[in-house]
Each structure stands twice: as C-alpha cells, then as structure tokens.
Design a protein around this ligand. Sequence first.
Ligand code: HEC
Length: 309
Amino acid sequence: MLLRFMGYVVGFGFVGVLLISLFINLGDYFSNPPEPTAEEVFAHHEPKELHLASDGPFGRFDRQQLQRGFQVYKEVCAACHGLNLVAFRNLADLGYSEAEVKAIADQWQIEVPSINDETGETATRKAIPSDRFPDPYANETAARAANNNALPPDLSLIAKARSGGAAYTYSLLTGYEQQPAELVRRFPTAKTPANLHYNPYFANLNIAMPPPLTGEGQVTYADGTRGSVDQMAKDVSAFLVWAAEPTLERRHAAGVAVVLFLLIATVLGYFAYRNIWAEAKRKVRVTGPLDPVNQAKSNQAKRDEGIAG
Ligand code: HEC
C-alpha cells in the first residue's frame, strides 16, 4: 500500500517537473521568438512552373525536346557533370539512329578510362555505344579541386533526387540573380562569399556552380529552335527527366491498362454478385425477411389460411 503510494508520488513528481519545464520553455519561445534566417526569408521554396510533355498519367516524351536537351547537356553540363547511369546506346530512345549514336560516342570530349592489356598501365580510349557517359573528373578529389571544393553531382537521377524534379532544375538554371541589397542589410553575415553565386532556388542561397547558361545562342540547336536561356534550361530539364526514368512511357501505358482492367473487373464483379444472389433475394422477397419471429408468424398465417380455406 505504502509502496504503491510512493510510486504515485514519484510518478506525479516527474510529470509535474516535465510540465513546468514545458510551460517555461513555451513562454520563452513566444515572448522571445527565434530570429528568422536569411534562407527562411529569401529562398524560394517552390520552383517556377514548368510544363513538360511527360507530365501527368498520360504524359509522353517530346523527343525533339529531349534531343535538344541532350545537346545542352553535351555542350555545357558534361564539362562538370557525369551521367553515370546512362549509356550512349540509350540515346537510340531519343530517336537517334545507330550510326548517329556511334558517332556521338566516338566524338565524346571525355575518353573512357581503360587498362592497357599488355603493359597494365591505365590509359583512355574513345567511347563506344555500350559505354556509360564517362565522368568528367578522375575522382571526387579532382572534381572538388576543379570546383572550389564543391562536388558537381552526377545528373543521372537528379530529376528524382530533388523535390520539384524538372521544375527545380529549370528554376535553378534560370534563377541566378544579383543578391538583393535588402538581404545584405538585414543579414550582413549572409553576404554571398566570393566564388559562390547567389541563387534563391538553391536551399542555402549560395551555390558553387557558376551560372552555366549565360546567353542566347550558347547552344546552336540542330533543329533550328532559338536557343534562349529559358529554352535551353527547359530542354535540359526535360532531358534529365528522361535520363532518370527512360521507361516513363511504359510505366504510364501500364498504369492506364491496369486502371482499365480494374474498371472492367469491377463491372464484371458487380454483375456476378447480382447473378449469384438473385435466387436467394427472390426467396426473401416472397417469404419476407429471414427473421425467426416473422417466419413463425407467416407460417401461422399460412396454417390459418389453410384452416379457413
Ligand atoms: C563549371 C562546372 C559546372 C557546369 C558547366 C555545370 N555545373 Fe551544375 N554544378 C556544378 C557544381 C560545382 C555543383 C555543386 C554546387 C554546390 O554544391 O554548391 C553543381 C550542382 C548542380 C546541380 C545540383 C544542385 C543541388 O540542388 O544540389 C544541378 C541540378 C546542376 N548542377 C545542373 C547543371 C546543369 C543542368 C548544367 C548544364 C546546363 C550544369 N549543371 C553545368 C558545376 C557545374
């Protein structure tokens, strides 16, 4: 008895102390709220709007746009970013012929590392269609050394790896601007350091990547489309959606087929249900609900009728 009483005292004591500290801290939080940070005030948490042909459950790739996006990757981004999970021969998906794929691999600026069979020395050779896109740097150390200690991520899955997907890439590429004077006034310590670049779509506002798309005509499109910065950013973002999920169209087609199948199966199931229960329901309609009291009454009524008749 005493032991149980002691238990209650200790238990309530603990809870009491916790509640007191909670109220003190809440009071402190509200009377003295934490200062917002420069990122909270100035970063754009939502990307710009971007509509691609591959959006939505029926989306399909716009192959012309993917080819343009690939051209941007090849001529601009590939200098710093790998595309490790994509092989040259996958480009056939974009509508390139076998000979074109071969030529693209053969003329790729960066050669593929290889080992000399005879001497065992490391060497490089020209890419062939079955090779994946080679990394621009030998390893992470070399990549960081060339980029002010920042690491350009492999872009194979970037469209999946960032919230916002293609819209994020597009916003990032077109989002560079002068750091607002108001930011520096309110947050003097948040001034963009030398070697970094102000971009409100990047979570911490300052990105190590220099603006890669700088001017109209940086890429001369093979299909004659005008190469504005906006167009190049859109196209390369669309291309990176394909790189991250080349089977997107098959997934969409399978999804539509499955939903249609389920709809038809539901209708069939409903009629099968009606058919199976039809007999039982007719009986219930004739004899009334299967309830023992009612049943007894109706039996009695039938007997009475019999006597009367
Ligand atoms: C001069 C080298 C260079 C070029 C060219 C370049 N990038 Fe980058 N990129 C970087 C570096 C360095 C980073 C890492 C930035 C950081 O962590 O601050 C980066 C980061 C990124 C990121 C990731 C941002 C994030 O949220 O982490 C994306 C997406 C990206 N680059 C896309 C591209 C695209 C698309 C192109 C071509 C149009 C391109 N980059 C061209 C150097 C480059």
